[in-house]
Ligand binder design. Structure first.
Ligand code: ADP
Length: 763
């Protein structure tokens, strides 16, 4: 099918598609169009990775907007939201269409009014769920919703939110077009039944995919073919496979199971790639490495730059967005020859590669109690990254086996295996707790039977014939919510209490709220560490694991600062609880360090985390402390001001005395400290201060100084003819590239330094 033959689309779209290299629709895309996706039909597309699902979504959204509607694209990860928005901007750039694209990933409580001005909005499912809870009127205008990676309804943590959100959106707008994009799964028909959607199911791929297992001196492919890839005496199989691909003019993507492994393996592969570069490539890589090193002054930055210089890279969730996109672009341009990645890269990011090597097909799983084989779906997603359309004759995906039995096992488990089915995880308690409260609080259900009726619209109900189990889970959860005073019962009637409304609006897990309320009730004047520890032990904060030696360190700290903790400190003999308490203390200490102006670099080293992790913890802490503050206000507790200060300190990454300065846009933690040390201690002081002193503290950067003075409300911010005061050096590290960070808070800021002001100085 040619783009010009697609019904329901303005002609400018076809022209644009042809210009951007889409001359013909891929077969699954044509099937979607035939099923009516550009004419408002709901659709589930279950097709392999890299076979053009995004375009199906774009066609649905653009046609819906052309009919005067509004579209929402739901992504599973914050990091993908920015990427998708950038991708959809091409429709905004098309004047004939007059489409505007927005993004919503910011704080949970926003009502979303700003979104109303956009035709296409990209958001995470958590964000959409919170818009529903806050009754954003904008949602009623939606005509098309796309659920990206809908197979993730199977995910125990994030799946239920996606599931409930889709059910609610469909209830708010009964005619809503739902387009669900899925990897190849075994039961896409059940998902289509649930969503009353047409089904397009296909295993077509733009490039042939050959899958196999490497063992000994060769890869054996599924079709019985063999390719000799001998492994030298002191060589590792991965190195031999990567060398083989580079010699053949291709690139490799190596999947490993941890960040540390990704970095270590990249270091070793750099030796392989370094020997195989042309002079031009070497020069380009040197430039790229400098750019990578300039992103932030952290060890991660330096390590990444070192391997990039030699033609290899690592990629994991601990990288900043700026690093990620530099690596991805250079890999797409074939400058980088090998990337070692954790499985997060397999989700969403478009980095096709000649050969995919799944080195680690097991990963440590605490609940499982050891190394657990990855799901088939996950490995198939990694496989799907093999083969670059138009560049490679075919893609190759290879697993590694150490012996014959493992080889047989891998063939069974991944190569021959049928895809996994998706199974709703809504019945899990944390999910039920959160979603039942939200459903009651936002008025979707007012009685126990109304609740059961609403749940009947979920995939869980569509899949199960186990109505009895659903009822009993629901009753348990109602009991928990009543006991914590979040809802009250009156016969069959159920209503949320004011506290319950607040909890739901704040988007807290009710169990987090219960922990926070309990901790704050006895606290008059909590210290920042006390506050950080309180929020760090809620289920909404991801844990930092204790490493060897940590138990002793934090046990000691626990006794040293015992008076500061809110709530009861478990005894050392309550093994599991105490252990959890200590890992929360480790997180709390990280937050305290950040709020005491410890360098980001020292923090990443001290806690063994990446810069992205520090940022994630700080963001979560800021949100949870904001929630704690509102709960304290709601309950008229005395500790509100102390919680507020703890929140602002962690948000800005500064000690108390700098809070006034960091409140000025453009001033991050380092600039604030330099201004303070130069005697300019407040926003008011900025308005009066000697300009040369301000300029000196800002290391001679005139434009920055002018903007900051303007933001502080100074009438005459001009720096014309001002010379910086003594002791100043060029400013080279304060205003980082926050503006390119896709996961930065919401807002259409155009000035990167505005963001660094609110983020601290993250690189
Ligand atoms: P998926 O979402 O299924 O993983 P993508 O939508 O990312 O796959 O598509 C993979 C690549 O194929 C993208 O670079 C996209 O631009 C390209 N592509 C999609 N459809 C077509 C088409 N009909 N013709 C040529 N290229 C296409």
């Amino acid at each position: 099918m040619n783009p010009a033959d697609i019904p329901g689309l303005p002609s400018a779209v076809a022209v644009h598609l042809a210009e951007s290299g889409v001359e013909k629709l891929y077969p699954p895309q044509a099937a979607a169009v035939e099923a009516g996706v550009t004419e408002g039909e709901s659709l589930v597309a279950s097709v392999p990775t890299a076979s053009g699902k995004t375009l199906i979504a774009e066609l649905a959204m653009v046609s819906s907007v052309a009919r005067g509607g509004t579209a929402l694209y739901v992504v599973p990860l914050r990091a993908l939201a920015g990427e998708k928005k950038a991708e959809f901007e091409r429709w905004a750039d098309l004047n004939a269409l007059d489409v505007s694209v927005g993004i919503s990933t910011g704080n949970y409580e926003q009502s979303g009014e700003r979104l109303a001005s956009h035709d296409i909005v990209v958001a995470t499912s958590e964000k959409v769920d919170s818009l529903v809870r806050n009754g954003a009127p904008w949602l009623e205008r939606l005509t098309c919703v796309v659920a990206d990676e809908v197979h993730l309804v199977d995910d125990p943590n994030r799946g239920p939110t996606l599931e409930v959100t889709l059910a609610k959106l469909r209830r708010i707008t009964p005619d809503l077009q739902v387009v669900a994009l899925s990897a190849t799964v075994d039961n896409a028909d059940e998902v289509a039944d649930w969503l009353d959607a047409e089904l397009v199911q296909s295993d077509w791929r733009p490039v042939d995919l050959r899958t196999g297992v490497h063992f000994g001196d060769a890869i054996t492919f599924a079709d019985g073919d063999r390719r000799e890839v001998p492994v030298g005496r002191n060589e590792r199989p991965t190195a031999a496979l990567v060398a083989d691909t580079v010699d053949d003019g291709g690139s490799s993507l190596v999947f490993v199971n941890s960040r540390r492994n990704a970095e270590a393996a990249a270091g070793r592969l750099a030796d392989v790639t370094a020997d195989r570069l042309s002079d031009d490539e070497r020069a380009d890589l040197a430039d790229l490495a400098d750019e990578v090193a300039g992103v932030s002054d952290t060890e991660t930055s330096d390590d990444l730059a070192a391997v990039v210089r030699e033609g290899a890279a690592f990629h994991h969730a601990g990288l900043s967005a700026a690093h990620r996109s530099l690596v991805e672009d250079a890999f797409r341009d074939r400058l980088l020859k090998a990337i070692c990645a954790t499985p997060t890269l397999a989700a969403g990011v478009n980095t096709p590669s000649r050969r995919v090597i799944v080195r680690d097909w097991r990963r440590y799983d605490g609940e499982f109690g050891g190394m657990k084989p990855l799901d088939t779906l996950e490995v198939h997603q990694m496989f799907g990254r093999a083969g670059r359309p138009g560049l490679d004759p075919h893609g190759e995906a290879v697993l590694l086996a150490k012996d014959h039995d493992t080889m047989d096992d891998l063939f069974e488990r991944y190569v021959w295996a049928d895809p996994d089915p998706v199974q709703s995880k809504l019945a899990r308690e944390p999910a039920m707790r959160t979603h039942l409260l939200a459903t009651v609080a936002s008025g979707f259900a007012r009685t126990r039977s109304g609740l059961l009726d609403f749940l009947d619209r979920t995939l869980y109900a569509a899949q199960g014939d186990n109505a009895g189990r659903l009822e009993s889970v629901v009753d348990d959860v109602i009991g928990y919510l009543v006991a914590n005073d979040f809802i009250q019962r009156d016969g069959d009637g159920i209503t949320a209490t004011p506290l319950g409304h607040t909890v739901s609006r704040l988007y807290l897990d009710p169990m987090s709220a219960a922990e926070i309320v309990d901790g704050l009730r006895g606290a008059d004047d909590p210290t920042p560490l006390g506050c950080y520890h309180l929020v760090s032990r809620t289920p909404d904060m991801y844990e930092l694991y204790l490493k060897s030696g940590d138990r002793e360190t934090y046990t000691e700290l626990c006794y040293e600062r015992e008076a500061e903790f809110l709530g009861r400190v478990p005894s050392e003999f309550e093994d599991v609880r105490f252990e959890e308490w200590l890992s929360a203390l480790k997180t709390a200490k990280l937050l305290e360090d950040w709020a005491s102006e410890v360098d980001e670099d020292r923090i990443t080293e001290r806690y063994g985390v990446g810069p992205g992790d520090v940022r994630g913890k700080v963001d979560t802490a800021e949100w949870l402390l904001g929630a704690a503050e509102q709960l304290a206000t709601e309950l008229e507790l005395d500790c509100t001001a102390a919680v507020n200060e703890a929140k602002r300190r962690v948000a800005d990454g500064v000690r108390e005395e700098l809070l006034d300065l960091t409140g000025v846009r453009g001033i991050g933690r380092k600039r604030a400290r330099r201004l303070y040390e130069a005697g300019v201690e407040s926003r008011a002081a900025l308005r009066e201060a000697e300009k040369s002193v301000v300029l000196g503290a800002l290391r001679g950067r005139e434009a920055t100084a002018e903007r900051i003075l303007e933001n502080a409300g100074r009438r005459d911010p001009s720096m014309d003819g001002v010379t910086p005061a003594e002791g100043s050096a060029p400013d080279n590290g304060d205003a980082r590239t926050g503006g390119t960070d896709a996961s930065a808070p919401a807002g259409d800021e155009t000035d990167p330094t505005d963001q660094q002001a609110s983020l601290g100085d993250f690189g």
